[in-house]
Design a protein around this ligand. Structure first.
Ligand code: UN1
Length: 497
């Protein structure tokens, strides 16, 4: 299929794809595939007012009925899975299987959120006063701004939106400027669900396309009480404090610098497979990508030899080709940053295996993944480079390995490969990994939606997706009800008048 065929199959029209000011390139071959229309900053007040009006209506719709809209969205996503995945591949450069996986992740969170719509539970609490009852109620919070990154151009939107909708919150979505077409295609699918649903308020989910000034309007507005932002630590470092300063609630999902500890007892065959998927999958452009291996000295050389052998045979190329495992980086600037990081690593004492451009003959920024043996955790190792670079370091003592793993500014995902129960439990203990995600005998990427997703330190502290992440989209109200004929005060305070 040509790029034009893919966009047409996803329902995008000529009028939507041409005549705008934002040029969209496919990383597959660098071709400019569209010029889309951008939202003007002057339109933002109206868009935010529409979201507020939608909130006034949506908050009073029973939550299970709100869940029905998300159920329909899940159905429509199932029906359009291939078409949407093809746009993800076209615009983000993901291989076919990962494009499909991204849409499956959306379907999964819809299913989860539908169930959640009947489980917005609050506690009942024992009151210290006679004739009193206490409880807590979860109420809708208000419009939720969702700023997403290019690397998961629709899944991250769906984690936020499926939950926000069942929680009673409208959504304004600002996708990455690099992936507006995927967002537009996704809105077509949502429109079909809305049409079947029938009576959703106008402006329940709105898409805004443009640069930082559009995002800034969402960040600044007190009418947007929740602002979920996924992207770089630099971006989050600006957005988080601004939202907090106006008493909004930021949900931040920022950089990672994810490690795997490989212990002497590890199943090395399994570890190699997990390392390769986590380090080079999505061309190393997941926030959960594996960036550091900390291997016990007794198995380190064997592991590096197995990894370099596995890396040598990885098919790099057109992500639409079913045999490809490594597609392009999002753009040439990413490839330049990878090259700069590798030369920094060399200057800091590293030995580089691989790296460099891979000429696939079709344009696009294709690179060979790199393994870099490092004598120590130097500055470049502590830096997240959004590319397939894997730093390998050695250790002798597990506690030192855990300390090394934790000694980076980021705290998203982590894992250990070991068959030793004590080591595994130490890694998961309070004195173990300091990350939001810690796994045993599984790589750090490819998390399921059922768990809360996010991490600590410069990763931003936000949690999205499963577990009780829904609470981030609601306000908690504590209720005390007096059904007695007396008015006793708490803490035995006497205040007779
Ligand atoms: C991201 O890279 O921003 O765990 C999200 C994973 C995916 C989500 C990654 N489920 O790798």
């Amino acid at each position: 299929m040509t790029h034009a065929d893919v966009l047409k199959a996803a329902g995008l029209t000529e009028a939507e794809l041409q005549g705008g000011t934002l040029a969209v390139q496919s990383p597959i071959d660098g071709a400019v595939v569209a010029h889309v229309h951008e939202t003007g900053p002057e339109q933002m007040p109206d868009i935010i007012a529409r979201a507020q009006a939608a909130f006034k209506a949506w908050r009073s719709v029973p939550a299970p009925r709100r869940g029905e809209l998300v159920r329909l969205l899940g159905e429509e996503l199932r029906a359009s899975k291939e078409e949407l995945a093809a746009v993800v591949t076209l615009e983000a450069g993901k291989i076919l299987s990962e494009g499909l996986g991204e849409v499956q992740e959306m379907i999964d969170i819809c299913d989860f959120a539908v169930g959640q719509s009947r489980q917005l539970y609050g506690l009942t609490i024992a009151s210290e006063r006679p004739g009193h009852r206490m409880m807590e109620t979860w109420h809708p919070m208000g419009p939720c701004g969702v700023i997403t990154a290019f690397n998961f151009p629709v899944a991250v939107w769906s984690w936020n939106t499926a939950l926000a909708l069942v929680c009673g919150d409208p959504v304004i979505w600002k996708p990455s400027e690099k992936t507006p077409l995927t967002a537009m295609a996704c809105m077509k699918i949502l429109d079909r669900a809305l049409a079947r649903f029938g009576d959703a308020p106008d402006g329940l989910v709105q898409l805004v396309i443009g640069g930082p000034e559009i995002g800034a309007a969402l960040v600044a507005s007190t009418d947007i009480p929740i602002l979920s932002a996924t992207g770089s630590t630099r971006m989050g470092g600006q957005v988080g404090p601004q939202v907090a300063a106006r008493w909004g609630r930021p949900i931040l999902e920022l950089g990672g610098n994810n490690a795997m500890i490989v212990a002497p007892s590890a199943d090395l065959e399994m570890a190699v497979r997990a390392i390769v998927f986590s380090a080079v999958g999505t061309a190393g452009q997941r926030c959960t990508s594996l960036r550091r291996v900390i291997a016990h000295h007794s198995i380190k050389d064997d592991l590096v030899a197995r990894l370099t052998a596995a890396y040598a045979s990885l098919p790099i190329g057109d992500p639409r080709d079913a045999a490809t495992l490594i597609g392009p980086l999002i753009d040439q600037a990413s490839a330049d940053r990878m090259a700069a990081a590798l030369s920094d690593a060399t200057a800091q004492g590293g030995t580089v295996h691989g790296g460099g451009a891979a000429d696939c003959g079709i344009g696009g920024a294709y690179v060979r993944p790199a393994i870099v043996e490092m004598p120590a955790q130097t500055e470049i190792v502590r830096t997240e480079t959004f590319a397939p670079i894997l730093y390998v370091m050695g250790y002798d003592d597990l506690n030192a390995a855990i300390a090394l793993q934790n000694d980076v500014p980021q705290g998203l995902s982590s894992c250990i490969f070991t068959l030793n129960l004590r080591e595994a439990e130490v890694f998961l203990s309070a004195a173990g990994s300091d990350c939001g995600i810690a796994n045993v005998n599984i790589g750090p990427s490819g998390a399921e939606i059922g768990g809360a997703f996010g991490g600590e330190k410069e990763t931003g502290g936000g949690r999205e997706s499963g577990s009780d992440a829904w609470k981030g989209y609601m306000r908690r109200q504590t209720n005390t009800i007096n059904y007695s004929a007396e008015l006793p005060l708490a803490q035995d305070v006497v205040f007779d008048i």
